[in-house]
Write a protein that binds this ligand. Structure first.
Ligand code: VGL
Ligand code: ZN
Length: 215
């Protein structure tokens, strides 16, 4: 069965940053393999959200002797460092929404929906987004939390299972169980196709806002 993308959909790309790809300080196996998969999906959408981990150097999750599990990570995705940059070759439309997260030294934010100063769920709902297609890194932490928060906020959620990679196999398996239980639907990217339908433009050709009574 094929799922057709359309006007009420958004692609969420989670933390595809150099530190989470092989060679990075928290590189996950095969992290770079998802980039061509994401790039093939990007043109099938009309709305995109890219989240990034954007830590201060003294972030609460950093440890000198990291255990590579929740709460104990090596320094990664530090603001302004090469490791925080987007992975090379990752396509990004110029009107994508960028959500930086976990920039407070004392707060962990695995998901863009947890950011205090920006209500991502409200932002998407106001634009009549109903379905979210989630890709990125890492399956067991930031992708998992993004999917759970999106479901709790009432969105239909598709987890793009060949466009995600995890830190460790046991936590990744558990994350899939958790996301299934929350009602996310797992789908392989080759089952996604484009209906060609796109959200209505918000501005007319003169740059004046268009009043959409229902969207
Ligand atoms: C992440 C561990 C620590 C992620 C972020 O992007 O999944 N994982 N910080
Ligand atoms: Zn982090």
């Amino acid at each position: 069965m094929t799922v057709l993308t359309g006007a009420r959909d958004a692609l969420i790309v989670v933390d595809v940053q150099r530190d989470f790809c092989p060679g990075g300080s928290l590189g996950v196996p095969g992290g770079d393999e998802i980039i061509p998969v994401i790039n093939r999906l990007v043109p099938m959408f009309g709305r995109w959200v890219y989240t990034r981990d954007w830590h201060p150097p003294n972030h609460v999750s950093f440890s000198a002797e990291p255990e590579y599990r929740d709460g104990s990570w090596p320094p990664h995705a530090v603001q302004g460092t090469p490791g925080a940059e987007w992975c090379e070759g990752l396509d990004m439309p110029m009107n994508a929404i960028l959500v930086s997260k976990a920039d407070d030294p004392n707060r962990e934010e695995y998901s863009g929906f947890q950011v205090a100063r920006f209500d991502l769920a409200d932002f998407l709902r106001r634009r009549r987004v109903e379905r979210l297609f989630v890709a990125g890194l890492t399956t067991d932490y930031c992708v998992r939390q993004t999917v759970l928060d999106a479901r709790a906020a009432g969105f239909t959620v598709y987890l793009l299972e060949d466009a995600v990679r995890g830190v460790a196999s046991d936590t990744t398996a558990q994350a899939l169980v958790d996301m299934d239980a929350a009602g996310a639907q797992r789908i392989r990217s080759e089952r996604i196709a484009d209906s060609g339908e796109r959200p209505a433009p918000a501005y007319d050709e003169d740059g004046d806002p268009i009043d959409h009574p229902h969207g």
